[in-house]
Design a protein around this ligand. Structure first.
Ligand code: ATP
Length: 515
């Protein structure tokens, strides 16, 4: 029997819960093996196997990799139990990725067919129970596990990325979900805003999870559709899940990274993320509430940007068919016509710094709009932005105002990845209560800028100690452009250029995650 991992397993895995001798595979007459089930793994020992009588098994299937187990009758009064695992398999070159591995064992030593089936069912049931992910002990309250069977509404944008989301869903995702007892109902979006309307008006009690198979833009619609509901507080308890179908797939790459997995892209990333959904662990995620001078209130899970990065994101939309490579082409094009954006950036540091000491507040930049503070705190109303004052007023005196007023880009990110291949905030986590604010001051050369983006692939851009690149963890920020110049983006979607401020709201929604 092939191992669920490459090296021979160590003895152990905890006390023995079940053991027995079974046939290998479903066919009568095949070799037999002895199986030991512990809380962590299914160990396989073959007569005369490589363990040579030592305490160690010949192979072990980690239950943390297992997504399903079933029992069924077999020929000649026997029965079988099988399990499906997705262990990491490393190619000779490149990152290891999860690959399907199914193993079946034949039960033939019982008194009769019924007895054999009962034994197979007992093993299968125990394997399923032990395969449920353990809730992390630290901060255990914030975790949950999706029920089995699980009812998932899958919102899928067939136009996202290179336009293969539906095909990839059918080829990769659907078979994995079916095995893991996740019943997927697919809602194919027909136009922008369709997913927003769907979740805003949906009876959510029908679903255990809302899955988005698309880029980050569709999840942004879903989050904001849910926040528009009168019962938004209840609606936001519904676990969300992202499966990468777009070109950037920043949240999917971040969740893969938080799970401790190696960097992967395309179908490998999709398999990793689908595996995470099959396991069903979910936890809380921060959202950032953004208010604009024209009175919009938006909820964002990924990031807000202005200048170079947003230009690349939106200008490269026309190269969507290239998939993730669209960003490389877009970066080169925007580098060629590098622009400077004028405005004032202010922030409330996460940890007070010397710069954060009280000072005279600056004059507000309003572009003619003076909205009221967002959220009143009344029952059922949206969460109030308690750290913000109206955009028409100066930022509070304990905020920091960046002295420079010319930028190449400003980017406030709350996840680790800006795109599949861009590890912008390696320290970010789903609920760290932090906005990771980056800005690039004007004056940086094209070469230095390119070097930063190349280093970002490894998350090493801050190690370059580039004097133009600034990073500060904050709780809130305000950006006041001098003129409506340049593109702003929220979660990769374009926004009119105007004064914007935002603050983090800790643990406002739930997301399916790997750890
Ligand atoms: N059927 C559709 N046709 C056209 N646009 C759609 C459709 N369904 C959704 N959209 C819109 O497409 C936009 C982009 O979607 P999404 O972000 O999910 O994909 P993407 O841009 O390819 O991915 P990424 O953000 O990773 O680059 C969203 O604004 C969404 O509203």
């Amino acid at each position: 029997m092939a191992a669920g991992r490459r090296a021979p397993p160590e003895p152990g895995g905890g006390p023995v819960l079940l053991q027995g001798v079974f046939g290998v595979g479903p066919s009568p007459g095949a070799a037999s093996c002895s199986l030991v089930l512990t809380a962590r793994e299914l160990q396989v020992r073959r007569p005369g196997g490589s363990s040579g009588g030592s305490a160690g098994p010949d192979a072990a299937l980690r239950l943390a990799d297992c997504v399903s187990s079933a029992a069924f009758p077999a020929a000649a009064a026997a029965a079988c139990f099988s399990l499906v695992c997705y262990p990491f398999r490393g190619p000779r070159w490149g990152s290891p990725a999860r690959q399907r591995l199914e193993r079946t064992f034949r039960v033939y030593g019982g008194p009769d067919a019924e007895g054999n089936l009962r034994i197979a069912q007992a093993w299968s049931r125990r394997i399923r129970e032990l395969s449920v992910p353990a809730v992390p002990v630290q901060d255990g309250d914030s975790y949950g596990v999706l029920p089995r069977p699980c009812r998932a509404l899958v919102l899928l944008n067939p136009q996202s990325g290179a336009g293969r989301a539906l095909e990839d869903f059918q080829a990769v995702v659907q078979p994995m979900l079916a095995e893991a007892d996740v019943a997927a109902t697919v809602f194919v979006t027909e136009r922008p805003h369709h997913a927003h309307e769907k979740v805003r008006d949906e009876d959510l009690s029908q679903w255990d999870t809302l899955v988005v198979m698309s880029g980050d833009g569709l999840l942004y619609e879903v989050v904001n559709g849910l926040m528009e509901r009168p019962d938004w507080e209840e609606a936001m308890k519904k676990p969300l899940c992202i499966l990468p179908g777009g070109s950037g797939n920043a949240l999917a790459a971040s969740i893969n990274y938080y799970a401790g997995n190696d960097h992967v892209a395309k179908k490998k990333l999709l398999t990793n993320c689908t595996f995470i959904l099959c396991k069903g662990l979910h936890t809380q995620m921060d959202l950032v509430s953004l208010s604009t001078a024209s009175g919009k209130r938006l909820f964002s899970f990924l990031g807000f940007g202005w200048g170079f990065i947003s230009d690349v994101d939106i200008d490269s939309e026309k190269y969507r068919w290239l998939g993730n490579a669209r960003f490389t082409l877009g970066t080169l094009q925007c580098l060629a016509k590098l622009r400077v954006y004028q405005g004032r950036l202010s922030y409330l540091p996460l940890v007070p710094t010397a710069q954060g000491t009280p000072r005279d507040p600056p004059e507000p930049v309003t572009n003619g709009h003076i909205p009221l503070p967002a959220g009143t705190g009344a029952p059922g109303s949206l969460p109030p932005d308690s750290l913000l004052v109206p955009l028409g007023q100066p930022v509070p005196a304990h905020w920091t105002v960046v002295p420079e007023e010319e930028f190449v880009t400003v980017y406030a990110i709350y996840q680790s990845h800006l795109g599949t291949n861009l590890l912008m905030a390696p320290a970010a986590r789903l609920r760290d209560g932090c906005i990771h604010l980056f800005y690039l001051k004007a004056g940086i050369s094209r070469t230095a800028l390119l070097r930063i983006f190349l280093a970002m692939a490894r998350g090493a851009h801050l190690d370059l100690n580039c004097p133009y690149l600034c990073y500060v963890p904050v709780q809130a920020f305000r950006l006041e452009p001098r003129a409506a110049a340049g593109i702003m983006t929220v979660d990769g979607e374009a926004l009119a250029c105007e004064p914007v401020q935002g603050q983090v709201h800790g643990r406002l929604c739930r997301i399916v995650c790997g750890s």
